[in-house]
Ligand binder design. Structure first.
Ligand code: BGC
Length: 920
């Protein structure tokens, strides 16, 4: 079989970036056989939080899930025993054992009394059942613990407090720090700190940072919901004098956000900390220390910080001991009484997701002097300023740069760092950043070993440009810090084609760069918004790479809030004013995020609760489109973004696609109606199931009347049109087969070049393999000419680009406005690599049944590993001497339907091998 070669003159694969991160993801061969003695339950987790302890969660009755890692043949789960040891924090706990008959291992209802505030529960489980070897009971799992956050408004005492000095709301404002000194008696048995803010916050207690969370409290529809996080701070408190403090920044709340110049003060003009420390004493009494008018506020060494702009820090303004401001004792500088704002108790909520944290660090792969003489100098740098260095970290990320300066760096030295995703003509390619300056500036104190990382900004970058560095920067002095929401990694893919593997990795990296508290379009330019269409395109892929259920469930709460406020699913969530985009108007793909996202989460997690929570949102979206389409059932009115950014769209008009936008809209309408019909059935809503089923049938018939010609062509003779008609299920069987043939013809006509945008890209390959057109799918996948998926890879991409030719073949940056190098939508092909190429797809909600149906598409090997809700599963196949050998790993609790060589076999948990003649 042909191996893909990188054409002459292309850079080829990116140099191996060195990522310091946790253990590598397992391959199929690494997975243990799930068939064996009954194993100890593992991966215990609450709700949709990462496995392990959960503090400050959003429910008093947390549901529990876990894996049974191995079980003998014939295993049938009979019961789950849950041991709950529960009591007030710092107090006596009692243990209750609950045996749940007919239990499952997923989303087990909380078996005990609802948790009260400051009550901690430790939970462990064991399972019993029957097998071919008789009755068996597992050992007890390791315990995990859980506590709620504040769930009732009356439990809040903290008031928002912040700067009391006069501020110009229309100009850059100086970030603040707040502090409060207090005494505690010596009998502290436990303490919890609740943290939220107007803006961004980093809490400190007695000179220590409380946690390693970043960008707290994330971005939600602040007017309705403002999240708080909870921390166990028992060990940070002392008898006697204590200081609780926090650094604050503008963030999304009042910072500068949005394109075309953007906006400030979107949620308010104040910056404020919301901190509530709850200390439990030996006699059971409680001391609450909360932000109020007794607090003080001052400035710190951060002179300015903005999410787009970057951070400016003057270390000369720090105390000799830089943490002294947050310790007991007299702090340096001026401290004023705080301004106190009205309580937020009614809108403070506990989070559904884990926080943003540092996930790893990249070391530089190259450092060199920016080429003279036409050196590009950032604003404010004169031509005779010190050398300008370029650093390549080998991987495009969202995060920031951390550095350690050489000893002897004189006080008052200013180091300036600009960030960009690409180089152009050997210089930093900053044009794609549009209005985002992405520049961090640090001025030294002159101490030994000065080290700095910005606190409240984040950049999308692979390259950094450093000016002002004393001498030549050593690689060990620089790190790129990778930030994103902490999510359990779930998926891995490998194949016989390294470029395809890199394509898959790029898709994963673009997810990490954009799942930072909410799902954004891009991490670098002056947008970084929760564009709904991007999520609709990417949700199935996201659900494979990582467990993003908590993050997406939280974002869907906001989607529904905005939908109610604006009468339609909005372009982006949270909504900000946006010229052309205000007021929000209904449009296909973007609006379909309301159906596709929750449905995908249900398919991949099996959690019906998500369907219950989002039912109204999804139903109202379909009803709205139904009213717009009217009795004709064709949605042919209003503004549509259609197949946004297909390769024919000129740089200046991303909407100008080759596929009729109303055909796209009607196909998505049919798909959403079908999803809602299935959704209703899953919830036992029989009347709605048949109503939306009939609606979907009527839309399909209307689609055929409007767009299908007698020869099986569609009125838009395009890859996207055929792909959508197939995948959105609007054709009868014969027309579907013919649509597959037409789609294959289109691929042949384009000589394997892809011709789809945001609407068609997620489904075009799946439409080909679903209609028996594997050869055309192979041609599309393995093409390296522009436009194609592998084109970007052979140009050295390390993330998914926004447009097929974000970088043109001559290495210049596409002149269009929409030219990010880190947009996940076109990376949605990864779901097809997993589900159809490696052949590992959910066939029943939560992968209770796995469909293993591989399509070799020109490769000699492919494998996918996915940590399903039941545990790791794999499909791994190789072709040799005309024989395809398939290895399948099925976790305990699931079954697999294996479709190979025209045969279908159902297998239970375990490792299974199949062979068949390899497809031609
Ligand atoms: C964003 C996209 C988004 C689009 C919609 C862009 O500016 O970056 O990803 O979906 O606008 O128009």
């Amino acid at each position: 079989m042909p191996k893909v070669t990188v054409p002459e003159g292309r850079p080829g694969l990116a140099p191996g970036a060195h990522l310091v991160e946790p253990a590598p993801f397992p391959t199929a061969a690494d997975l243990p056989d799930p068939r064996g003695p009954l194993g100890t339950p593992t991966r215990l987790r609450f709700e949709h939080l990462p496995p392990g302890d959960a503090l400050g969660i959003a429910t008093a009755t947390p549901r529990l899930s876990f894996d049974v890692p191995s079980a003998p043949a014939g295993w049938q789960l009979a019961s789950v025993t849950v041991e709950v040891t529960c009591g007030p924090i710092g107090g006596e706990a009692s243990t209750t054992t609950h045996t749940l008959p007919n239990a499952a291992t997923l989303h087990l209802p909380w078996p005990d009394e609802p948790l009260a505030l400051r009550e901690a529960a430790t939970v462990r489980v064991r399972v019993s059942g029957t097998s071919d070897e008789g009755e068996v009971t597992s050992p007890w799992s390791d315990p995990i613990s859980v506590e709620t956050g504040i769930l009732a408004a009356e439990d809040w005492q903290a008031l928002p407090v912040g700067p009391s000095w006069p501020e110009n709301p229309d100009a850059d404002r100086r970030p603040s720090r707040v502090r409060h000194a207090f005494d505690l008696p010596g009998d502290i048995t436990a303490a919890r700190l609740r943290v939220s803010a107007h803006g961004l916050i980093r809490p400190w207690l007695n000179g220590e940072r409380v946690d390693d969370d970043e960008l707290v409290p994330g971005w939600t529809v602040y007017g309705e919901r403002l999240l708080h996080r909870s921390y166990d701070v028992t060990d940070l408190l002392a008898a006697g004098a204590n200081v609780l403090a926090a650094e604050l920044a503008d963030g999304w709340y009042r910072g500068h956000i949005g394109f075309d110049g953007g906006y400030r003060n979107l949620y308010g003009a104040d910056q404020a900390a919301i901190l509530q420390l709850e200390v439990v004493h030996g006699d059971g009494s409680l001391t609450v220390v909360a932000t109020d008018d007794a607090w003080q506020v001052g400035g710190g060494p951060i002179l300015f910080t903005g999410l787009y702009e970057g951070e400016t820090y003057d270390a000369r303004l720090a105390d000799d001991d830089p943490t002294a401001w947050a310790r007991p004792g007299e702090p340096c500088g001026t401290w004023l009484p705080v301004a106190v704002h009205p309580s937020d108790a009614a809108r403070l909520e506990a989070p559904l997701d884990a926080p943003v944290q540092t996930q790893g660090e990249l070391t530089p792969v190259a450092i060199w002097l920016s080429p003279a003489p036409e050196r590009f100098l950032p604003p404010g740098i004169e031509a005779d300023d010190p050398d300008v260095w370029l650093v390549d970290f080998g991987q495009n990320i969202a995060g920031r740069l951390r550095f350690v300066l050489p000893d002897g760096t004189p006080a008052g030295t200013t180091i300036r760092i600009r960030h960009a995703e690409v180089l152009e003509n050997g210089r930093l390619g900053v044009r794609p950043l549009r209005g985002a300056a992405a520049t961090d500036t640090y001025t030294t104190r002159g101490d030994a070993g000065e080290e700095w990382e910005p606190a409240f900004t984040i950049h999308g970058f692979r390259y950094a440009e450093i000016t002002g560095w004393p001498g030549e920067p050593e690689p060990d002095a620089l790190r790129a810090v990778v930030l994103h929401t902490t999510m359990e990694r779930l998926g891995g893919f490998a194949s016989s084609e390294p470029l395809v593997d890199r394509l898959h990795e790029n898709s994963r990296w673009s997810m990490t760069g954009n799942f930072v508290a909410l799902p954004t379009d891009c991490p670098q330019r002056d947008e970084r918004l929760g564009w709904t269409g991007d999520v609709a395109a990417f949700a199935p892929t996201a659900a494979f790479h990582y467990d993003a259920t908590g993050l997406l469930a939280s974002w869907l709460v906001d989607l529904w809030l905005e939908q109610q406020a604006h009468g339609t699913v909005t372009w982006y969530v949270p909504v900000i004013p946006g010229g052309f985009w205000t007021p929000p108007r209904p449009a296909a793909v973007w609006g379909d995020a309301a159906t596709i996202t929750p449905w995908t989460l249900y398919e991949t997690t099996g959690d019906r609760r998500l369907l219950e929570d989002q039912w109204e949102s999804a139903r109202q979206w379909v009803d709205l489109v139904d009213s717009l389409a009217g009795e004709g059932h064709v949605w042919d009115s209003g503004m549509q973004l259609g197949d946004w950014l297909d390769p024919s769209a000129p740089p200046e008009n991303p909407m100008q696609a080759m596929t009729d936008p109303y055909l796209v809209a009607t196909a998505y309408f049919a798909q959403s109606a079908r999803i809602v019909a299935r959704w209703a059935a899953a919830l036992g809503k029989e009347a709605e199931a048949s109503r939306y089923g009939e609606l979907a049938d009527a839309i399909a018939a209307a689609f055929r009347d409007a767009y299908l010609q007698p020869d099986g062509r569609l009125s838009s003779d395009s890859q996207t049109a055929y792909a959508l008609a197939i995948v959105c299920d609007v054709l009868g069987e014969d027309d579907r087969v013919r649509a597959g043939e037409h789609l294959a013809r289109k691929v042949a006509e384009s000589e394997g070049r892809v011709a789809t945008g945001f609407a068609g890209t997620p489904v075009v390959c799946a439409a080909l393999t679903a209609t028996g057109q594997d050869a055309a799918a192979s041609a599309l996948l393995l093409e390296t000419g522009c436009p194609s998926w592998l084109y970007a890879v052979t140009m050295g991409a390390t993330t998914t680009w926004e447009r097929w030719d974000s970088m043109l073949p001559d290495g210049s940056i596409n002149p269009g406005e929409m030219t990010s190098f880190n947009h996940y939508a076109l990376g949605a092909v990864a779901a097809w690599l997993q589900r159809d190429v490696a052949g590992l797809a959910p066939a029943a909600p939560g992968y209770a049944e796995i469909l293993v149906a591989p399509h070799p598409v020109g490769l000699t090997h492919a494998e996918a590993v996915h940590v399903t809700p039941y545990g790791p599963a794999a499909s791994s196949w190789s072709v040799s001497d005309g024989v395809l050998t398939l290895d399948v790993v099925v976790p305990v609790g699931a079954t697999a339907r294996v479709v190979l060589g025209g045969e279908e076999t159902v297998v239970a948990h375990g490792r299974h091998t199949f062979t068949a003649p390899s497809p031609a």
